[in-house]
Design a protein around this ligand. Sequence first.
Ligand code: AMP
Length: 152
Amino acid sequence: MSIYNVILVAVDLSSEAHQLADKARELAAANNATLHLVHVIEPLSFAYGGDVPMDLSSIQDQLNEHAHNKLEHFSQQLQHPVTGQHVVSGHTETEIHRLADNLKADLIIVGSHGRHGLALLLGSTANGILHGAHCDVLAVRVYDTDENKDDA
Ligand code: AMP
């Protein structure tokens, strides 16, 4: 019996992202579910309150292309058919919720550092995704690695 039909994996493309892969693959295979990947790029203008006196579009394009390439790399390493690779721009939690709704996902998989303390918990992306999601959310414990963030 399939519990989940559509699984969405939130991938931050850090060196820790591969730690989600095994659980995502196993759950997708066990449920015969379709698997989607999402990476959200927060627009550069967000960091400056939207008021930037220069054209950031070419840098943003390069970031998008880089993210597409890295998500493709992640997808290949997953060793399971991936139905959709989504690179979207906006606020991370909002865009993941929006995409999950659009895809009618019944499970979102996120990484969680499991750091201690209420402040850290409230500040975490995993917590933000959990709150406001219209489906189950699986927080997979990830461990810090010493690798550079770009080496995922
Ligand atoms: P963090 O709270 O930043 O350590 O992130 C925890 C988890 O949230 C990551 O393992 C991903 O599953 C997800 N996440 C964080 N940032 C992004 C992003 N930009 N795009 C997609 N998922 C993300």
